[in-house]
Ligand binder design. Structure first.
Ligand code: ZN
Length: 336
């Protein structure tokens, strides 16, 4: 079964709701209803494969999906910037997948991409539900419009890529790998669109998403996990960047948005060590690992690390690249 992958982890909204934040409480209730609805589905039928076209709908601030279709593939921009940002974000993700990895859409078979904007009332989240991308407007105080971050769009669609490839189970270490891979490719979508070198990228997920007055720069940092925010309302970024600080918790499906900081940092270290654009070599190794059939759904961090080493060897031969892969994992406390 596919998981409802929200960009804002439940523990953040829980905390805000406990502090009496109305928008967070409503968003949490909407997420719980969505999760319950999904739990009752044995499988989500995939839309018919075809040309990887985009369809953007407007949910009109309701929780009814998909809403009214407002822009389709090749159609002109609309007066609504959220619609156009969603359309362009889907396009940037399709471009990275196709132009760099030769993959036709998230499923590799041309799956048309659908998105809905203006979901719910001040809804503080965005998610991929297994068939479509859904964006809230945010409450305007803590979170702004979720269509504003290209890496958030890339992150959510990367969950789609995982769903159609390694299908990493959304629990514990394999769940944290699922989250990490989504962050990695989310950041790569942005870096590719901006034409950035690895060392020049911000390596942030959700930069610009926080509203005015929030003490933080983003939701997560791949470069420096644990430093993205420190705010009286949101608390402190809980991500570790090394196995020494691995967090054992029952919350958040066993810390899937928390311990993902460890493989995130390994990827960032590798990309900077190899130099050039991160999507070329580091991204290719991660993409090969995800799609070459070597991972089991409940893969551990150590198994994933070994699989990246094998993928690097298969693609680039034994030598400096494989040494860099082993070195990056070693720096986050995983010997391979
Ligand atoms: Zn996610």
């Amino acid at each position: 079964m596919t998981q409802l992958c929200t960009i804002i982890p439940p523990y953040l909204l829980d905390r805000l709701a406990a502090l009496g934040d109305e928008a967070a409480g409503r968003s949490l209730a909407a997420d719980a209803a969505l999760r319950a609805a999904r739990a009752s589905l044995a499988a989500v039928p995939a839309p018919a494969a075809g040309r990887p076209g985009r369809t953007i709908a407007d949910a009109g601030r309701t929780e009814r999906l998909p809403g009214r279709v407002v822009r389709t593939e090749g159609g002109p921009p609309t007066p609504d910037p959220a619609v156009n940002r969603a359309y362009d974000g889907l396009g940037a993700t399709l471009a990275l997948l196709l132009e760099v990895y030769g993959r036709r859409s998230v499923d590799g078979a041309g799956l048309p991409l659908q998105a809905s904007v203006h979901y719910g009332e001040k809804y503080d989240n965005a998610f991929w539900d297994g068939t479509r991308m859904v964006f809230g407007d945010g409450d305007g105080m803590l979170f702004k419009d979720f269509t504003g971050c290209l890496d958030v769009i890339g992150h959510e669609l990367a969950h789609g890529v995982v769903q159609y490839s390694a299908d990493l189970a959304y629990q514990g270490q394999s769940g944290a790998l699922n989250e990490s891979v989504a962050d990695v490719f989310g950041s790569l979508v942005k870096q590719y669109a901006l034409g950035q070198q690895a060392e020049d990228a911000d390596w942030l997920i959700g930069a610009g998403l926080f509203g005015p007055g929030v003490h933080g720069t983003a939701l997560r940092s791949l470069k420096a996990p644990g430093t993205a925010y420190d705010d009286p309302r949101l608390g402190r970024d809980p991500q570790p960047g090394s196995m020494d600080d691995y967090v054992r918790t029952e919350e958040d499906e066993g810390g899937v948005h928390i311990n993902s900081g460890i493989p995130n940092r390994a990827f960032q270290l590798l990309a900077v060590e190899l130099g050039g654009p991160a999507w070329e070599r580091a991204g290719r190794i991660w993409y090969d690992t995800l799609t070459n059939g070597s991972l089991r759904p409940h893969a551990t961090f150590a198994e994933f690390a070994r699989a990246t080493l094998a993928a690097a060897g298969a693609r680039f031969g034994e030598g400096p690249v494989t040494e860099a892969v082993a070195g990056a994992w070693k720096r986050v406390g995983l010997a391979v």
